[in-house]
Design a binder for this molecule. Sequence first.
Ligand SMILES: [Fe+2]
Ligand SMILES: [Fe+2]
Length: 417
Amino acid sequence: MASASRFTRRLWLLAAALLAAASLLALQAGPPRYEPSAQPDRIVATWTAEPATSFSVTWRTSTAVAKGFGEITEASDGPGFEKAARRVEAAVEPYTTDQGAAHAHSVTFRELKPATEYLYRVGGGDDWSEWIPFRTAAAGPEPFTFLYFGDAQTRIRAVLPRVVRKACETAPQARLVIHAGDLINNHDRDEQWGEWHESSAWMHRSIPALPVPGNHEHGRGPDGNRRITANWRPQFTLPLNGVEGIEETNYFVDFQGVRFVALNSNEKLAEQAAWLDRLLENNPNRWTVVVFHHPVYSGARGRDNKEVRELWQPVFDRRGVDLVLNGHDHVYARTRLVRGDGGKEGGTVYVVSVSGAKMYDGKANPMMEKIVRQTQFFQVVRVDGDVLSFEARTARGALADSFRIEKRGGTKRLVEP
Ligand SMILES: [Fe+2]
Ligand SMILES: [Fe+2]
């Protein structure tokens, strides 16, 4: 009897230990967050074609939603606008993340009028988004404002929303939003993408995004090879006008007199240098803004992206790129108008910024005219004719750095306050 009872006690102890281990594991994994449902979420406006007459929208649902739609109509103040809406069927792209399968839906609204306010919604059946205002671009150059954010990356839900909110309060008229990579920390963690979408949901529905991937959007896939996150291509519908093989990470958009070029600083650098050189050879826009993740001039000493600088800066010099927007160094840092070849005419202003919680210190790079550490930032940029005005503002909206690039009488000069 004694030995039988010892055995039973051991069995009980083993069961209790297994139960404790299982509950600890469950606690660590947590309940699934940001699960897809029939209700559209992660709604992001972008462009794939001409911004004066079209725009694209991407959203997510559960796999139970096999078919989705976009509806659009010209905006009006009364609630009767819905009657005139026209419907476009969405393309559906199934994808799988660490939280399971989902459907990405995308539509491109075309044949729109330039400089016109529309209302659109996405969904189907009983599950629709709200009607969302969206303004098409003017057909030619017109003054406008845009936003630029550096790495969000960590503690996204906790600390990014206040920066996004302040940015929208400061520049409610912003027409596009640039993200310079490292939007999240772990490329295939869908929960982090959920936080990122939630943090800026209102903004991304109405103001088109131009995102580029950083190193943190990359990691090993199930086959052990390094690749971009499985979320990227389904969740962003971007122009397919870049280098083959890195679609939707390398592209360009012309908006009201500015050519915005997105480069992918993680791969195919030489191919993108040749592509960029050809692209900017006949650039009808007065201004050129280039965005990618790894800085040409790092914000801190000891960090350097020599290959990026050696391959791309000669093209920026030759083609007169005005502004380069980077991330990666988790600091705010900005140069004067500089050329890699030492020339005195023209040149490019290089900026590094950070919007999220992760911060780096380190000695100042002497190339930098301005460095601010341990601060969350957003940037407001306005282009108006011959003048590009740049403001770097802190999370609470304080002006931390500003400059203007002026193009008058055939020369380009930097004006600092
Ligand atoms: Fe980063
Ligand atoms: Fe990075």
